[in-house]
Design a protein around this ligand. Structure first.
Ligand code: TYD
Ligand code: MG
Length: 466
């Protein structure tokens, strides 16, 4: 007979310890350790049954990983080309970002293709989901709705309905009877996910799971889940703007650097196939203190606008305020402008902001930030719309950035004909004039962004008539 070992196990995360401790060493939960009896395994596992015989790699049929488009183009872009049979996809995001709204839309479109779809809500009542579906136009004959919080019940629904897609909202709200721990705790979440992964693979059923993350990233969550599922999508957005981005952080079937854009509206979630207009203010002519650039989200180029305001200040240390940009980065650019391009800012307040609540961390936007500030300081706009690309170094040089070709192509698509680019960028695109600038000072001179008395008459200027 196998000997039984007595230990203490954490009811939250499953960590075991030979002696009792007040606080779990792994998940740091207090008072979660309880006596636990386990039977050690028999030791030998040889001769166990196999799922299917190993076969030469060429003989493995490809159709097993073929995907079906969901009908939501922006989601398909991120997934690769759609949902793969048996794939488990986790959509992780903060509460209120719109996960339920998005997945209800996906479920309705899937059902619209004549496929039985099961939406299980463990957080909201069926009536609540029905109400939302009515508002967002997600009512469909093939869309089935169940409100359950017990995993066993969810599995029974799958058995009875035999759906072609399962949406579970959310994985943290479902519990397994017989497993320790609170709903949403590590042990429960692991158990629920493992069971669903098993069912998905057996039935070749695609599964979309909702997972919550909190701002500090604690609670059982997506961190642990990431290892168990095939695809992890993170759903991000600013509560104050309607824009939502879905990006793949793990994808076993496709690229992991695509971004899908959505907008939250009164009538539900809407795809934004062409997001560039969201980040610019619609003005035909350049105004002082603005500059345009093309940033990259994953592999996706996005037009972005930087705005700056420079005002006289009598304070010892004039204010520098940034919105949507990293303050430290802007400080570096201001110092470079002051020291290397002779733009006087030490006695000025400087405000720099993005448009549309965009967060710009891409260093390729540096040159545009510099030009927006220089333009604001000189109260002088460029003569025609242009795109500025380049990272600014401490010695005032303009450095190369990744994906210049893709960015310039996007600018050309949006109707721009002129771009300032880092040296050696080698752009040959019809209808686009790419001017290489080696330093911030050269760019400032080229665009004549200096007060008239500081202008260098010898400096080369951009002949704008060309
Ligand atoms: P929800 O999908 O419930 O978020 P999550 O499931 O991620 O917690 O969406 C929550 C927010 O979205 C809520 O504050 C209201 C807003 N919303 C809209 O703006 N339009 C809509 O059509 C819907 C259904 C929600
Ligand atoms: Mg929800």
């Amino acid at each position: 007979m196998a000997k039984t070992a007595v230990a203490h196990r954490c009811s939250e995360c499953g960590w075991t310890s030979a002696r009792w401790v007040g606080r779990c060493n792994q998940c740091q939960a207090w008072g979660s350790m309880a006596p636990h009896t386990s039977t050690p395994s028999r030791g030998s596992v040889a001769g166990a049954a196999v799922m299917s015989a190993a076969r030469p790699i060429r003989d493995v049929p490809l159709h097993e990983a073929a995907s079906t488009p969901t009908g939501v183009g922006e989601l398909d872009r991120v997934l690769g080309s759609g949902l793969v049979a048996g794939a488990v996809v986790l959509l992780a995001g903060e509460p209120g970002v719109g996960k339920s709204t998005l997945l209800l839309d996906v479920a309705a479109r899937w059902a619209g293709g004549g496929r039985r779809t099961l939406y299980v809500s463990a957080e909201e009542s069926a009536a609540q989901v029905r109400l939302r579906a009515g508002r967002t136009g997600a009512l469909h004959d093939q869309l089935f709705l169940a409100a359950e919080t017990d995993l066993g019940a969810v599995l029974t629904h799958i058995e009875q309905l035999d759906p072609e897609l399962l949406v579970l909202d959310s994985v943290q709200a479902v519990t397994v009877s017989g497993t320790d721990g609170v709903a949403g705790g590590v042990a429960q979440v692991r158990e629920v996910t493992n069971a669903l992964v098993r069912v998905a693979k057996q039935r070749r059923l695609p599964v979309l799971l909702v997972g919550h993350v909190t701002k500090d990233g604690t609670v059982a969550g997506p961190r642990l889940l990431e290892h168990l599922v095939d695809v992890v999508l993170s759903f991000e957005g600013d509560r104050h703007s309607g824009l939502r981005l879905v990006r793949a952080t793990k994808n076993r079937f496709g690229p992991a650097d695509e971004v899908g854009c959505f907008e939250m509206t009164e009538g539900g979630i809407r795809e934004v196939a062409d997001p560039s207009h969201l980040f610019t203010s619609a003005r035909a002519e350049p105004v002082p203190g603005t500059a345009l650039t093309v940033t990259q989200e994953g592999r996706r180029p996005l037009l972005g606008e930087l705005q700056a305001l420079v005002a006289p200040s009598a304070a010892q240390t004039p204010r520098r305020v940034t919105h949507g940009l990293e303050g430290g980065r802007v400080s570096v650019i201001l110092a470079v402008l002051e020291r290397k391009a002779k733009v006087r800012l030490h006695n000025k307040e400087v405000y720099v902001s993005t448009v549309g609540g965009a967060r710009v961390v891409d260093p390729a936007a540096d040159l545009a930030v510099a030009l927006a500030v220089a333009s604001a300081a000189a109260e002088h706009a460029f003569h025609r719309p242009l795109i500025a690309l380049g990272e600014v170094g401490l010695s005032g040089e303009v450095r190369r950035v990744a994906g210049v070709e893709r960015r310039i192509a996007e600018a050309a698509r949006l109707g721009f004909g002129l771009a300032l680019v880092p040296p050696g960028s080698n752009i040959g695109l019809r209808g686009m004039r790419a001017v290489e600038v080696g330093t911030v000072a050269a760019a400032v001179d080229l665009l004549q962004l200096r007060p008239p008395k500081r202008r260098d008459p010898e400096a080369p200027r951009l002949r704008l008539a060309e």
